[in-house]
Write a protein that binds this ligand. Structure first.
Ligand SMILES: [Zn+2]
Length: 489
């Protein structure tokens, strides 16, 4: 039932075709569709997965619109005393990667190698601290445009919250409740960070010298900020949101997400450190590193050319999805009208999303000398199209060993987007069909719940959280009381 029109003026892609998938994603992208499916990723090495996600996060440098994915192939040597094995890291981005990316990654890797080497030696801990500081400096320099944008994003709201908390909380609250100490400590570190950025400002608010990351105060401030956020997260974000009830003029939901992003790079640095010092992974750092960058040319997608063509496309999707209750024609008509207005340019230049570029590279290279790790690190959660790709691809694998996973989905539909290749002939056709069926099903579900759509908030952080030590809490208390003392001064 491809319903291809007889008039040349109404070209509609066939159901289950790649172009029908592209058009469905375009349709979903203008709606506020947010259906998050549970992430099921059996058989992944969690430590390696967190390492890859952290590497993807620290590779980002642009202030906006940059997503990077990283896959890995490890060649183990049978001889334990032989460290000549190799590690191949495969990078892809949604746009061109900076020329310096390879040298940067190699440099960071070298720092991790030194940390791994020294992990058991009885050296003075300062040597480790120096190495760690060097790595953090490198990473913050690279990531600085993105970091600055994140820090500034809700600066005004965050500083208003700092003032409100200063007036509301007493020193006794801090000493009595660990979570209060953590909140105040986080706010104190944040205001110190803002002061430090001001001291290094070379023009407007967004013109801050990158040399701020070499300021001796920078790392200790970020360490404090990260520690407080990490502990709050381990206590549960409700301990932060409680303040939203006591100070209802402040959105703790937005602030929570904000602090999550401000500390994201620091969390990734901590993850890299922990991987380098891990008894299970440190051997990885003895291998020779190779970096490969994969890219695919942009492709042109042709979308339905009229409102009627969009109606046909939606009908086709509903035909595939077979919802229990029919969708009112009025909903279909108005949706098609909106789509036809939104996509007046029928030809759209599209890029394969970065995690799918890596999947394509691994899935279409049949002659592996070394098998890839079944996890692809990504600097962001995946969109609906990419999630459908990974789910469909994994369904086609008869052995679990050949499946690939990412950190999960944010449930949003993105377009421009282009379907990757995962094989030739029948395999690609079967795969394309599955992706189409998944998206048609989700789109039908969206049409059913048009009136009920809301945007779910998902945390970007993926690191596992450990609770703080008594020393950590002592630091939080002291840091928190420092902020309260500032009012009395
Ligand atoms: Zn995507």
């Amino acid at each position: 039932m491809t319903a291809r029109s007889t008039t040349a003026a109404l070209p509609v892609p066939a159901a289950g075709s790649a172009d029908a998938i592209h058009a469905l994603l375009a349709a979903g992208s203008i709606a506020n569709v947010s259906l998050v499916s549970a992430v099921d990723s059996p058989g992944i090495d969690k430590k390696a997965a967190r390492l890859l996600d952290a590497l993807a996060a620290i590779l980002v440098s642009r202030a906006q619109h940059e997503v990077i994915a990283i896959g890995a192939q490890v060649q183990h040597s049978n001889d334990l005393s032989d460290h000549s094995g190799k590690l191949q890291l495969v990078l892809a981005a949604n746009a061109a990667l900076p020329q310096t990316i390879q040298a940067y990654l190699e440099e960071v890797w070298k720092c991790m190698q030194l940390l791994a080497e020294r992990r058991q030696q009885l050296r003075p801990p300062e040597a480790k601290d120096q190495q760690r500081a060097r790595m953090a400096g490198l990473i913050y320099r690279h990531n600085f445009p993105k970091f600055l944008r994140r820090v500034r994003k809700r600066e005004a709201a965050a500083l208003r919250f700092v003032e409100a908390m200063r007036n509301h909380v007493t020193g006794e609250d801090v000493l009595q409740y660990g979570s209060t100490a953590a909140v105040i400590s986080m706010l104190n570190s944040y205001s110190k960070l803002i002061d430090l950025l001001s001291a290094h400002q070379v023009g407007g608010k967004n013109e801050v010298s990158v040399d701020v990351v070499s300021d001796p105060d920078f790392l200790p401030i970020m360490d404090g900020l990260w520690l407080a956020f990490r502990i709050l997260r381990s206590l549960g974000d409700h301990s932060f949101h409680l303040w939203g009830l006591r100070l209802p003029d402040h959105s703790t939901v937005a602030l929570w997400r904000f602090f999550n992003k401000v500390t994201l790079i620091h969390g990734s640095i901590a993850e890299l450190e922990s991987a380098a010092c891990s008894t299970r992974l440190y051997r990885l750092f003895r291998k020779k590193l190779f970096v490969e960058i994969v890219d695919h040319p942009r492709m042109t997608v042709t979308l339905p050319t009229s409102k009627d063509a969009w109606v046909t496309l939606i009908d086709m999707a509903l035909n595939t999805a077979q919802p229990l209750k029919p969708i009112e024609p009025r909903v279909i008509q108005s949706t098609a009208a909106a789509l036809s207005t939104r996509f007046s340019d029928k030809s759209v230049s599209c890029e394969i999303h970065c995690e799918c570029k890596i999947l394509q590279r691994f899935a279409t290279t049949t002659t592996y000398k070394i098998k890839p790790i079944n996890y692809i690190g990504v600097s962001k959660l995946s969109c609906t199209g990419c999630t459908a790709v990974f789910d469909s691809y994994n369904e086609l694998q008869n052995s679990q060993g050949h499946r690939f996973y990412t950190r999960g989905a944010h449930g949003k539909w993105y377009f421009p987007w282009f379907l990757p290749k995962v094989g030739g002939g029948e395999k690609q056709i079967d795969f394309t069909n599955r992706v189409y069926m998944k998206l048609a099903g989700q789109y039908a579900q969206y049409l059913k719940t048009v009136a009920l759509s809301d945007s779910g908030a998902l945390s970007e952080g993926s690191q596992e959280v450990s609770a703080g030590t008594p020393e950590d809490f002592m630091f939080l208390e002291a840091n928190a009381l420092e902020l309260l003392d500032k009012i009395k001064a």
